[in-house]
Design a protein. Sequence first.
Length: 139
Amino acid sequence: MKTFRKELWFEVPTRRAFINITPEVEKCLKESGIKEGLVLVNAMHITASVFINDDESGLHKDLDVWLEGLAPHEPISQYKHNNTGEDNADAHMKRQIMGREVVVAVTNGRLDFGPWEQIFYGEFDGRRKKRVLVKIIGE
Ligand code: ZN
């Protein structure tokens, strides 16, 4: 069995963003030489997510509005976590809803997606360097 590990780095200039990282994951898969197996992609930070959905800008706006409704960033004082001096309690909650990781099957050297599936990095507390782990196993 072969294994492959790589960290993808991001520094998003805004507090929140969704970034399609499918091309980077496909690059990793190509580099790994693995044809049959599994790819794990996970955010390495507790205020960011990796998830699969459609690459459609209206949907991304809808997701952002929905998440902001569930866990508004302000007022910052509404969250006990922010008593630590941080202001990112909402980002922890948004990450919890959107998830930590995805697993995608590898078939014939390709990501074996369903229709319209793409992999996204969801940033909820940006403006600093953060990482995503890509781990591929198979043969
Ligand atoms: Zn925090």
